[in-house]
Design a protein around this ligand. Structure first.
Ligand code: NDP
Length: 237
């Protein structure tokens, strides 16, 4: 029997990159997977066709749309919050509305989605949020809002782990370093600078992050909660 046979999994932000790798991993391990996307309909349809999962458009900047999706998805065994954005640039020049939108996508919706998922989650449920090593270490200017948002997820996991621990539900953050996706391609201009911070001088692969998520969601990780799990080639070390 596959590890996640008959398990119901929701991935917020599953059309591309790390999220798509997480969808593929859970589907390959037998789960019934639903995932959200906002703009990439074609990519979402491809992932859904390939994996037999269900794609639903729900923009993570719209808290109520995501709460409704979580609620309508019924009792979830696993919810992964992956959707996240970064805005680069001089903090003095940035549009406050765009920064607030980042906070909605990266912090506010993850919090409300996690609470909503926990309402119906059975004993042994798993809530996993994709943070970033930038929640621990921000060695570059121009990314304060992103770093702030990823640090905030650490408090989310520590606090909600206390709230839901008595029901056997775990809450964890996975903190990737540079991972080769559309958002951070390995052949991009920042490659050498990023690799200079690392012990293993390459970008990680989305599948490597999905492997860590799968372990945290699995039966061996029931005692792991309120914790940050960094997968970063020692970017943050
Ligand atoms: P990509 O930009 O490659 O993919 C982002 C995914 O999230 C897409 O499926 C996208 O869907 C979805 N998404 C983005 N915004 C929204 C939204 N408003 N509503 C719904 N879905 C949304 O990013 P990555 O795969 O690189 O990153 C995924 C997560 O990992 C993010 O939280 C990111 O911060 C984190 N991370 C990434 C690192 C990296 O180096 N790549 C390093 C550390 C953390 P769509 O296109 O349909 O909108």
């Amino acid at each position: 029997m596959a590890t996640f046979d008959r398990k119901s999994v929701l991935v917020l932000g599953g059309s591309r990159g790390i999220g798509a790798a997480i969808v593929r991993r859970f589907a390959a391990e037998g789960a019934k997977v639903t995932f959200s996307y906002s703009g990439s309909q074609e990519a979402a349809e491809r992932v859904a066709d390939e994996t037999g999962s269900t794609a639903v458009r729900a923009d993570s900047s719209d808290r109520d749309a995501v709460i409704a999706l979580v609620s309508e998805s019924g009792p979830l065994d696993v919810m992964v919050v992956n959707a996240g954005i970064a805005i680069f640039g001089d903090a003095l020049d940035q549009d406050p509305d765009e920064i607030d939108k980042l906070f909605r996508i990266n912090v506010q919706t993850p919090y409300h989605a996690a609470v909503e998922a926990a309402r119906k989650m059975p004993e042994g449920g798993r809530i996993i949020v994709i943070g970033s090593v930038n929640g621990d270490r921000m060695p570059l200017p121009g990314m304060a809002s992103y770093a702030l948002s990823k640090s905030a997820l650490q408090g989310l996991a520590r606090g909600l782990a206390r709230d839901f621990g008595p029901r056997g539900i775990t809450v964890n953050v996975v903190q990737p370093g540079p991972i080769d996706t559309d958002a951070n391609p390995e052949d991009g201009p920042m490659k050498d600078l990023m690799h200079s911070f690392m012990a293993i001088k390459r970008h990680g692969r989305p599948e490597e992050v999905a492997g860590m998520v799968s372990w945290l969601a699995g039966p061996e990780a029931g005692f792991v909660t309120g914790a940050m799990h960094t997968i970063d080639g020692a970017f943050g070390a």
